[in-house]
Design a protein around this ligand. Structure first.
Ligand SMILES: [Zn+2]
Length: 241
């Protein structure tokens, strides 16, 4: 449809959109896409928006004062650290919002943006505070695992992340199914080499070592509705956040 469109710019909000999807829409429609972030409680869309340099979302700081806090203690975190986005509405009347906790996780960046705008930026929303896991002191989101696994064409999108304690240390094992094609053509060697490649990439991308079990197609339980991707058998609430 790109020839019949007189659109130049699309502003997209409400649902998280990956960089890949943004680029695909941009390419197919021949327009520029800017992703927008907002919350109903803060007045809807327009809290922040991507600029043409695509290096984060500029926060409209004349209306919203941003902070990033540790989701557990509520203490402010320095710029660049992942934490919960918190906004104070500066111009809202009748229903003021002070230090409103969004439950969305991102980083703040106040370094100058190549586009010339001086408003602070936040990075893409990495997940919800409810989704964040802390493994051996490292913040980890199931969505990171999903991106990693989906990049392997030998793997099917069926996996479970299992967390446990081994000698008081967090241990992570991921059960993931391979595709029927890969399974049909497998040998001990191809399975092992795929497993070690995934393990290496995971350590590089996520920051700690974990084990991967490659399973036969259809071996994980399917559930109706939202699948259970995380099985956390550790005891304390602090580990799970
Ligand atoms: Zn910019």
């Amino acid at each position: 449809p790109r020839d019949s469109l007189s659109l130049r710019l699309g502003i997209h909000g409400a649902e998280p959109m990956s960089d890949e999807l943004r680029d695909e829409i941009q390419e197919r429609l021949g327009i520029r896409i800017a992703r927008d972030y907002g919350l109903t409680e803060l007045g809807g869309p327009g809290v922040s928006i991507e600029c043409e340099e695509r290096c984060g979302y500029h926060i409209n700081e004349d209306y919203f004062y941003p902070e990033v806090v540790d989701p557990e203690s509520g203490k402010s975190l320095p710029d660049g650290e992942i934490g919960e986005l918190v906004f104070t509405a500066l111009a809202k009347e009748a229903s003021p919002l002070l230090r409103y906790r969004t439950r969305d996780l991102a980083r703040l960046d106040r370094t100058p943006c190549p586009c010339g705008r001086t408003f602070a930026r936040h990075g893409r929303i990495l997940g919800r505070t409810d989704d964040m896991l802390i493994v051996g002191g490292v913040n980890f989101f199931p969505s990171q695992m999903e991106s990693l696994l989906l990049a392997f064409e030998e793997l099917a999108p069926h996996y479970v992340i299992r967390l446990s304690k081994k000698n008081r240390v967090d241990a992570v094992a991921v059960d993931v199914e391979v595709t029927p094609e890969f399974w049909a053509a497998r040998s001990a060697g191809t399975l092992e080499s795929l497993r070690s490649t995934i393990q290496y990439k995971a350590k590089e991308a996520i920051g700690f070592r974990m084990d991967f079990n490659l399973l036969e197609p259809s071996s994980l339980a399917r559930s109706e509705g939202k699948s259970k991707r995380v099985d956390d058998k550790r005891q304390s609430r602090r580990d799970r956040l």
